[in-house]
Design a protein around this ligand. Structure first.
Ligand code: GLC
Length: 567
């Protein structure tokens, strides 16, 4: 496997700009705020920052609806502020990854506004318009496809017969990638940012760019109707390759695509170094281990087998051809210490660190979401009014329409809401957890923000989650032969409490053990064939020396142990 590309050894930190740091005390995070915290991010030991969208947006989906791809949202600052951010990141050795949301635009984007002006507008063909189907005196949408955000994926244009497609909010019309002009525009946008000096992109829901034509109903029993006609569509590889040839390949970029349930064959092709498409993708298969069908609002008892399969299965496959990612949280997910069957009340530190080691010492690029490095927990939202994410409301309304009582519907929403990840970052014991100087934040703060924050975590010494992450990220680099480039061999695949695997490179081997349960567990030391004399990382103070293979050790709740040795 080629070792020349920088991203292979990198760890990435994700910032959700609305919630990171509010420097001008207007209630919203901003770029000067981010700049003031860059040392904190660098000191964690990451190599790059992925910024959730910083562009101009009417905020129907909080930045994932872009109205101008070349402008910075005034909430965050100006283009000069952005240029300074880029400079300040680079000065600290941090690369900058921009979020690129190009499956759809905002309905306030100039292209869409012009498209709506007249059916003859040349911009009409930038989007996917189609005639509704007449049924008696009713006009039905062109197909039965559903939006990922509930309801039909079609919005009628006034009282005409025309509809436009939106796979997300109705204010996020899908772009027509079949139109070469659209692809020219996108290539220009990518080149605009690459010329500025950004180091790469995270492509939002990229495997939905290509749709099957002619448009048709989904007659399968599929829950979300239509996915078979737009996920990994017929021209997707061609489209992504075009971005690569016309923009990405001209720079030293890194690209990661957010994929929605990709097929195995397609996933392999996206990441295949020989295919000139993307460097890697996110694949959230392991997120289905605690929710029904991956729908985060509907919990199910944690299934460790599925977690392991999702985490290791995909990354092993990708490794044959390209690179992989490791993810526990992002701006769309609740906090990881409140998922996966974890008892975060009693064991927050142990669980956060165990989950981190078990995940991020695997094969791929760790993506760490703001606050995850502090083991932050979910927010105790008290009512729907406190939730800002439109999706929380769409799903709540849907449940209510099925007659689910308010209290129960709210409980489901509270379990899976994206809002948990989006509350203001918790910095210190001052007002609003140090997010700003006291103005009411756009999104309510976490109930414990004045006691559970970066300051308190760093003061916790041996029990600091941040310091554990630091050690772990350092270790990955120091032992890169094993942790970055090494093979991964799993042990006890059927074990429902313990995750254990060997990372083995040409010169060294490292064994990772994590008891992902609140019970004490007897664990049999596997025969790895490597002498593992060194204790490299642990989350309890008095970790044992690793006994001979076959001997048993008693793992404490959420205990994690990492041993290494030269071959
Ligand atoms: C992606 C983003 C999510 C957004 C959606 C539509 O899944 O991560 O935040 O709502 O795409 O752009």
């Amino acid at each position: 496997m080629e070792r020349t590309r920088w991203y292979k050894e990198a760890a990435v930190y994700q910032i959700y700009p609305f919630s990171f740091m509010d420097s001008n005390n207007d209630g919203w995070g901003d770029i000067p705020g981010i700049i003031s915290k860059l040392d904190y991010v660098r000191d964690l030991g990451v190599d790059a920052i992925w910024f959730s969208p910083l562009y101009e947006s009417p905020l129907k989906d909080y930045g994932y609806d872009i109205s101008d791809y070349r402008k910075i949202n005034p909430i965050f600052g100006t283009m000069e502020d952005f240029d300074r951010l880029l400079e300040e990141c680079h000065a600290r050795g941090l690369r900058v990854i921009m979020d690129m949301v190009i499956n759809h635009t905002s309905d306030q984007h100039e292209w869409f506004r012009k498209a709506l002006e007249s059916p003859d507008s040349p911009y009409r063909d930038y989007y996917i318009f189609a005639k509704g189907k007449k049924k008696g005196d009713k006009l039905l949408p062109p197909t039965n496809w559903q939006s990922s955000f509930t309801g039909t994926a079609w919005e009628r244009v006034g009282d005409t017969d025309d509809f436009y497609l939106h796979l997300f909010c109705r204010e996020q019309p899908d772009l027509n990638w079949e139109n070469p002009k659209v692809r020219d525009e996108i290539v220009d946008i990518l080149n605009f940012w690459l010329e500025k000096g950004v180091d790469g992109f995270r492509f939002d829901v990229f495997n939905m760019f290509s749709k099957v034509y002619p448009l048709r109903d989904d007659t399968t029993r599929q829950r979300q109707k239509g996915t078979m006609y737009y996920v990994d569509g017929p021209r997707i590889h061609e489209f992504v390759n075009e971005l690569y040839e016309r923009a990405l390949s001209h720079y030293d970029t890194f690209t990661v695509g957010e994929s929605y349930t990709p097929s195995e064959a397609d996933a392999l092709r996206y990441v295949d170094e020989g295919c000139r498409e993307l460097d890697t993708i996110f694949d959230f298969a392991h997120f289905s281990s605690d929710s029904i069908g991956g729908l985060k609002f509907f919990p199910k008892p944690f299934n460790m087998k599925q977690f392991k399969e999702g985490l290791f299965g995909a990354s092993k496959k990708y490794r044959e051809k390209g690179w992989s990612t490791l993810v526990l949280e992002n701006h769309d997910s609740p906090r990881s210490v409140c998922r996966f069957g974890i008892d975060s009340k009693k064991y927050r530190y142990e669980a956060a660190t165990c989950l981190a080691a078990a995940t991020f010492l695997g094969f791929g690029i760790p993506f760490i979401y703001e606050g995850e490095e502090l083991g932050l927990t979910n927010t105790d939202f008290r009512s729907m009014d406190e939730l800002k994410d439109p999706v929380s409301h769409f799903v709540y309304d849907l449940m209510r329409s099925y007659g689910i009582p308010k209290g129960i519907a709210f409980r489901f929403i509270k379990y899976g809401a994206r809002d948990h990840a989006r509350v203001p970052m918790q910095w210190d014991s001052s007002v609003n957890g140090g997010f700003n100087a006291g103005a009411e934040p756009w999104q309510r703060v976490h109930q414990d923000c004045r006691t559970l924050n970066a300051e308190s975590d760093l003061a916790a010494g041996d029990r600091s989650v941040y310091r554990f992450y630091q050690k772990m990220l350092k270790l990955r680099k120091e032992r890169k032969d094993a942790f970055i480039y090494g093979e991964l061999t799993e042990y006890g695949r059927e074990d429902r409490r313990v995750i254990s695997y060997l990372r083995e490179g040409e010169t060294e081997g490292c064994l990772v053990i994590g008891n992902l349960s609140k019970r004490k567990v007897r664990f049999t030391v596997p025969d790895t064939g490597v002498r593992l004399g060194e204790l490299l990382l642990a989350n309890y103070p008095d970790a044992p020396v690793l006994p001979e293979p076959g001997a048993k050790i008693l793992l404490r709740p959420y205990e994690t142990l990492v041993y290494g040795g030269k071959k």
